[in-house]
Design a protein around this ligand. Structure first.
Ligand SMILES: [Fe+2]
Ligand SMILES: [Fe+2]
Length: 358
């Protein structure tokens, strides 16, 4: 609370926070995990707004969200009258997308080798100054606690390690490439992607998964949506119209209208671009983590996606907070106190999200 803020201002801010949080959870269902998530997010937000947070419990019990949407369609029935596009035609179009720049393919292949030399990588990366700048920005972000100290790619290797640089190079390269392809006007998309990347990394570190792999998978999880919006804008308008008319989730609208969803499209593209099987499976399963094997990254990315929405890293107003899968949540074996701490941790890293956009 700022010193000049009056009690009324604070109450108004808290009321706004409650209503925006409940808006996020509008369709999120009434199962106990979702209720607990809502409580954790509200408590965190109210604490942030200068409240003791004790009001959150009252609010949760007084205004439980409605039953979960009946829109869930699985991958089932599409509405044939609306479907002009097929997954096959989208995949065929991907063949027409400009390939990843040669410097990136070269780098990713080189970084797979057992005898990688930092000098060689620095030399290869010098051909792509925008990529170098992005990697240096990540290395200097507050997450690594080295602000301003990493001046060269060789420094980045020394402080981050080979595996981290490899994953970040791949993620940053694809982000650069897609920005060139789809245009930078998709700012909301990149805010959501960067936010999910930060949440994925925080969750991974907490549960002992690889933070850099999680970061890149979080960054790319909605890749398929960008492709659909950028390459098939007319067809996608039909999806948005369906979502509005049925007041459901975008993913369900995609399945109904198109007969497939952005998770399938994104996974196909990640495979074409030779991301690891783990990353491809995480993209495929981020809206359906139940089908994934134990320790799979999909469940973590699913929770990170929900967490990013809770922190306001939304794609756009059509992009509602997904239903939290209790299966994915329980697998992470994370307490709500830990979750609230991670919300604060990512909130404090907000500026780190900017690297994606610059
Ligand atoms: Fe998604
Ligand atoms: Fe998402």
């Amino acid at each position: 609370m700022t010193p000049e803020e009056t009690g009324t201002d604070l109450e108004r801010r808290q009321a706004e926070l409650r209503s925006s949080t409940l808006q996020q959870f509008r369709r999120a269902g009434s199962d106990p995990v979702t209720q607990a998530l809502l409580r954790a997010v509200l408590e965190y937000r109210l604490e942030e707004a200068g409240s003791s947070g004790t009001k959150a419990g009252t609010l949760v019990s007084a205004t439980a969200p409605g039953p979960s949407s009946s829109e869930e369609s699985g991958n089932g029935a599409s509405d044939a009258s609306l479907a002009a596009l097929t997954l096959q035609s989208v995949l065929a179009d991907m063949g027409q997308l400009p390939a990843l720049p040669e410097v990136v393919i070269d780098l990713i292949a080189y970084l797979e080798r057992p005898d990688v030399e930092a000098n060689q990588v620095a030399h290869k990366m010098a051909r792509d100054p925008a990529l170098c700048a992005k990697i240096l920005r990540i290395a200097n972000s507050s997450y690594y606690g080295l602000q301003g100290q990493v001046e060269t790619i060789r420094d980045a290797f020394a402080v981050l390690g080979l595996r981290a640089v490899r994953t970040l190079v791949a993620g940053a390269a694809v982000a650069n490439h897609l920005q060139a392809l789809a245009g930078r006007q998709q700012r909301a998309f990149w805010v959501h992607s960067a936010g999910t990347a930060l949440c994925s990394r925080a969750l991974a570190r907490q549960v002992g998964a690889n933070p850099e792999v999680a970061f890149t998978a979080g960054l790319l999880h909605d890749l398929g949506r960008l492709i659909l919006v950028a390459r098939f804008a007319n067809e996608y308008h039909g999806v948005v119209a369906y979502r509005i008319a049925h007041d459901g989730y975008m993913i369900d609208a995609e399945r109904r209208v198109l007969g497939f969803d952005h998770a399938q499209v994104g996974a196909a593209l990640a495979q074409i671009w030779k991301f690891s099987a783990e990353t491809v499976a995480a993209i495929t399963g981020h809206h359906a983590p139940e089908g994934q094997p134990a320790q799979a990254l999909a469940g973590l990315i699913h929770v990170a996606d929900v967490m990013a929405h809770a922190l306001g890293f939304n794609g756009n107003e059509e992009d509602l907070m997904p239903r939290l899968s209790s299966f994915a949540w329980n697998r992470l074996n994370l307490g709500w106190d830990d979750f609230r701490r991670l919300l604060a941790e990512v909130d404090a890293q907000r500026n780190d999200a900017e690297w994606v956009l610059n």
